[in-house]
Ligand binder design. Structure first.
Ligand code: ATP
Ligand code: MG
Length: 473
């Protein structure tokens, strides 16, 4: 998938120079076979059809779209008649999902949106007959372009020019568009973060004015945009969300962090700025990025200042684990994500200021399980967002943990209960009664194996277990 006729540019792979409009007409997008089949089927049946929105924007930029959305003047019932496998995804909003093999294509009838009075869904949508009406309801100029092979690019609001300039601008008046749907404010920041663009000044001022309205928007919709912001190339643009007043609505804890100083030799930023920097330098992984966003979120709660004026944040890891759980539940994240992010937050200081021995590393692996490598990413990003003081030593200690981890994996050292040479049934055979005590014994055996891997032999462990028998049975 690529766009022909594109000339490279610092912001995007877009056409430039005096032949701008002419080149735009010539622009060709390679539409995948299945999407083209859907467009052709609609047009052979006498309907208009275009690819639209994000996929057009991405193609103009020379990026590979995640998915291909199609817009048409055919009504949902007419779309359903034309394709063998369809799913009624959002019929009331005019969307039919057409399945082609394993790939889903959303085909949406031209529409305008009613008010979003509950901030969640438009109250009603009205099907309209022209593409122009449909493009007008879309949020940003760069998201309001359509394309098909016979007409080429349809760009009624100068989306291409904004791609070239690298700005996010609303279709129409920003105040009006944000009043209709407050989520668009956060979307503006996340598209700027995804593309490395600026918010048009008109947008910036307008978000400041309307930010509080984000409180009308459902947590699920906010979380979708926040997640995309975090896993973008510029997650540090969360700062724009803070400066425009958006975080105060869905993440007030962050606003407090932005006002919490860190007067300590290991730090050069306040808590909020440190969080932003740690997110910026971290690996682009959804779980890691959420962990960075929340790793120090409890610092304002636990801060103490000693007689020398030095700030301390004792127990911020465990208090942070609790706060993280509360925040992520409020954001309606799934349980698996919550469990992983909480565990990373709780352990983000593992190894800090201590000697890294193989037994210690095995212990951390046993706690982190399949997120051990993520923990190393978290610790590294945390260090890189601190002052330069002892940075080399801190990074070396991460390297040491990584090397030891590789050896542990190579040797197949047991770090988890599932790898222990005995299980609950074995213990019952030598006289233990079923119940919680059994778990405690297994845990004790695991601890001894973590200290000394060569103990992970059935006979050795059973012997050790029988010595606990009188205490535990
Ligand atoms: P991405 O590839 O990052 O998902 P996208 O442009 O496909 O980007 P979506 O959220 O999937 O973004 O939305 C698809 C299209 O629907 C957008 O390009 C835009 O035209 C339109 N759209 C989505 N949400 C809104 C909204 N809240 N208000 C107006 N238009 C919207
Ligand atoms: Mg999309």
């Amino acid at each position: 998938m690529h766009c022909q006729e594109q000339v490279s540019d610092h912001k995007c792979g877009l056409i430039k120079g005096p032949h701008f409009d002419y080149m735009k007409k010539l622009m060709r997008i390679d539409i995948p076979k299945d999407a083209k089949y859907i467009l052709d089927t609609l047009s052979n049946a006498g309907f208009e059809s275009y690819i639209v929105g994000g996929c057009v924007r991405d193609c103009v930029l020379g990026l590979k779209p995640d998915d291909w959305d199609i817009t048409t003047n055919a009504l949902p019932s007419q779309v359903k008649e034309l394709f063998r496998r369809t799913v009624d995804t959002g019929l009331q909003h005019g969307t039919v999902t057409v399945m082609m093999g394993d790939t889903a294509y959303e085909v949406t009838t031209y529409r305008t949106d009613g008010d979003y009075s509950d901030g969640r869904h438009p109250d009603n949508v009205t099907f309209v007959s022209s593409l122009e009406e449909d493009l007008k309801r879309r949020d940003f100029t760069i998201n309001a372009m359509a394309y098909n092979e016979s007409e080429g690019l349809v760009d009624l609001f100068d989306g291409c020019a904004d791609l070239k300039k690298g700005v996010i601008r609303c279709v129409g008046n920003a105040d009006d568009r944000f009043s209709e749907d407050a989520l668009r404010m956060l979307r503006a920041v996340r598209f700027a973060a995804k593309l490395g663009y600026d918010l048009d000044p008109s947008i910036y001022g307008s978000i400041k004015k309307h930010a509080k309205d984000l409180s009308k928007v459902s947590a699920e919709r906010i979380t979708t945009e926040l997640t995309k912001l975090l896993i973008s190339d510029h997650p540090e643009m969360i700062k724009d969300a803070y400066e425009t007043g958006l975080t105060s609505v869905f993440f007030p804890e962050f606003d407090v962090a932005m006002k919490t100083p860190q007067n300590h030799i290991h730090h050069c930023f306040n808590v909020g700025e440190h969080i932003i920097e740690s997110v910026r330098v971290s690996k682009n992984d959804r779980i890691v990025r959420f962990a960075m966003l929340l790793h120090d979120i409890a610092k304002p709660e636990v801060m103490t200042i000693d007689e020398k004026g030095i700030t301390h944040f004792y127990s911020h890891q465990t208090v942070g684990e609790k706060m993280t759980g509360e925040i992520l539940r409020r954001w309606k994240l799934d349980n698996d994500t919550i469990r992983r992010v909480c565990r990373l937050v709780k352990n983000h200081d593992a190894g800090k200021g201590r000697e890294i021995t193989p037994a210690f590393t095995r212990k951390v692996v046993s706690v982190m399980e399949d997120d051990f490598e993520r923990l190393l990413e978290v610790i590294k990003a945390d260090v890189l967002a601190q002052s330069l003081y002892m940075r080399e030593e801190k990074l070396r200690s991460i390297d040491r943990m990584r090397e030891q981890y590789l050896t542990i994996m190579k040797e197949g050292d047991c770090c988890m209960l599932k790898d222990l040479a005995v299980n609950g049934r074995d213990l019952m055979e030598i006289g233990f009664k079923p119940g919680p005590a059994l778990g405690d014994v297994l845990q004790k055996l695991l601890e001894s194996v973590i200290e000394e891997p060569s103990l992970n032999e059935r006979d050795i462990l059973l012997k050790k277990a029988s010595s606990f028998l009188k205490d535990f049975s």
